[in-house]
Design a protein around this ligand. Sequence first.
Ligand SMILES: [Zn+2]
Length: 207
Amino acid sequence: MPDYYLDKQPGQTEQSWSEAESSLQQLLEGNGRFRQGKPRFRRDIVAAQAAAPEQHPMAAVFTCVDSRVTAESVFDCNFGQLAVVRTAGHVPDRAALGSLDFIVAELKVPLIVVLGHERCGAISAALNAVSEDTHDPRTNYLVEQLWQPASQALEETDPKKAASHAMRLQVLRTITDLKRRPAYADILVVGAGYDLDTGTVTLIDKL
Ligand SMILES: [Zn+2]
């Protein structure tokens, strides 16, 4: 196993736990291949057709809409291996939660990865709004949803580190919320951050 330690969820069965660990290991190994420029999957039309009859994704990824964060590439996964939900700043709104509920119930994934990233525009907008106390109607909903981690980050760190701190807070807050959902009692939910410059995914379990 890679060098990380995770606790089994209180309600998680041994089978789900072992599937979740295996999925997480595959995702982290895929990220290793991606970083080394040695992807296993081409995701071309041949792969699309091979995966077309049915799907059994090994994990759900809940991440940002940022055009630089492409989960299938970052984790070097093929068609049918990942179910991806995206909202700006990975804000878990009702549609996102409904989508994750569907993935858990119908596609039976054992693992959800909440993937934040550096230099997130949604988080920057929230940090600006908090520090200048402004409300831009174009980003109002997101800013409202990200106000708490943004203001906490500005209180706890200097402005240079606030974006990274707010991203970690948002990831941790999201995984805490997801873990509380009764339907996810048998699911492993982990947080992670994506480094745009190195392509590295690092698990986040604390600030
Ligand atoms: Zn983002």
